[in-house]
Design a protein around this ligand. Structure first.
Ligand code: XMP
Length: 316
């Protein structure tokens, strides 16, 4: 039977043998896989550089949380502050695929600029990613062809045996078990999945600082309510998305004309299909009340009751 302690020892011995005294670079996002990867490398006692690109599309205060978590676990982390750069490139862009392209390409550029001359690179690839990239290799290659030099660099490192993927035999639940045996706290190991393009896919239309802050504030209120009520661990993913349509309301004695916010909570096995969650009315009522009272610019709260398919989990 598969024993995580045996696997951990084996994989750590393997990392030490491959890496020796070279420096290993890895990108971290605060998510489960990259966190387990960084902590594992650190545990193996190798010289690791964990780079966190803050694209400004994270949840409220998430950058600080990620840094604090790494600090708590004793893993040094380097932040590349790129919020303004991402926002300036996204200015005026409303088309979903264009937004994704800009964010994805810029992310690669910013990350590799920070990396410089890497001796070795570690990636948090899991077993399902290995299968997926084998079947998608062709379409992926054409998608990232604008990044010849960067992709060439990874291929070069790979050819030289300098790309480490120590999690590549594991499924998600095994990564969590490994993380647990490495002493990573429960809240980090059981975070909801978060998309690479971040809040941009929850912000239809243009992404601006104002809009991001509204989404962050509403999201934080919703997520805190889910955590306080014990619902957070029972749903696959939950979030707030901006509906940038103005409707009329009353706030105080005045007429208001403001945007709406949509709350979404889904359960899923593998993200291919998803069902919306029948959250208690009381929880929705309290969340709505707090949002309407505290978040300027929102006068209406909606609950998204769409299954996937035909809807997707994210809004873009
Ligand atoms: P959709 O919206 O396609 O999302 O139903 C399915 C799952 O994938 C996540 N997602 C992403 N994850 N990069 C990621 O790493 C992305 O570009 C991306 N887009 C969507 C989404 O949060 C959901 O869990």
């Amino acid at each position: 039977p598969f024993r995580i302690e045996d696997f951990k020892k084996e994989v750590i011995d393997g990392i030490r043998a491959t890496v020796g005294d070279k420096q290993v670079v890895c990108g971290v996002s605060g998510g489960v896989d990259s966190t387990v990867l960084a902590v594992l490398l650190n545990e193996a006692g190798v010289n690791v550089r964990a780079i966190f690109v803050d694209h400004g599309l994270m949840r409220k205060d998430e950058g600080d949380e990620v840094r604090n978590n790494f600090h708590r676990m004793g893993v040094p982390i380097e932040t590349v502050e790129a919020s303004e750069l991402f926002l300036s490139r996204l200015a005026g862009v409303t088309e979903p695929e264009k937004k994704r392209d800009i964010i994805g390409n810029l992310f690669i550029d910013v990350f590799w600029d920070a990396v410089g001359d890497a001796e070795m690179l570690a990636q948090g690839t899991l077993y399902p990613d290995v299968i997926e990239s084998a079947s998608n290799a062709k379409s992926k290659a054409s998608k990232i062809k604008t990044h010849h030099n960067r992709v060439d660099r990874i291929l070069e490192l790979q050819a030289e045996g300098k790309v480490l993927e120590p999690l590549a035999e594991l499924f998600k639940d095994e990564v969590r078990a490994l993380g647990k045996s490495l002493g990573i706290p429960h809240d980090i190991l059981h975070r909801h999945p978060f998309p690479g393009p971040g809040l941009a896919v929850r912000c239809p239309g243009e992404v601006t600082q104002d809009r991001l802050e509204i989404i962050q504030d509403c999201d934080a209120i919703f997520i805190n309510k889910l955590k306080d009520s014990g619902w957070y661990d029972r749903v696959w993913q939950a979030y707030a998305a901006l509906v940038p349509v103005k409707t009329v309301g009353v706030k105080g004695d005045e007429r208001s004309y403001e945007w709406a916010i949509a709350l979404r909570a889904v359960i899923s096995e593998d993200a291919m299909t998803a069902d919306w969650v029948e959250l208690p009315y009381q929880l929705l009522r309290e969340t709505s009340h707090e949002i309407l009272n505290e978040v300027a610019g929102i006068n209406r709260v909606l609950y998204d009751i769409s299954t996937k398919p035909p809807a997707s989990i994210e809004w873009e």
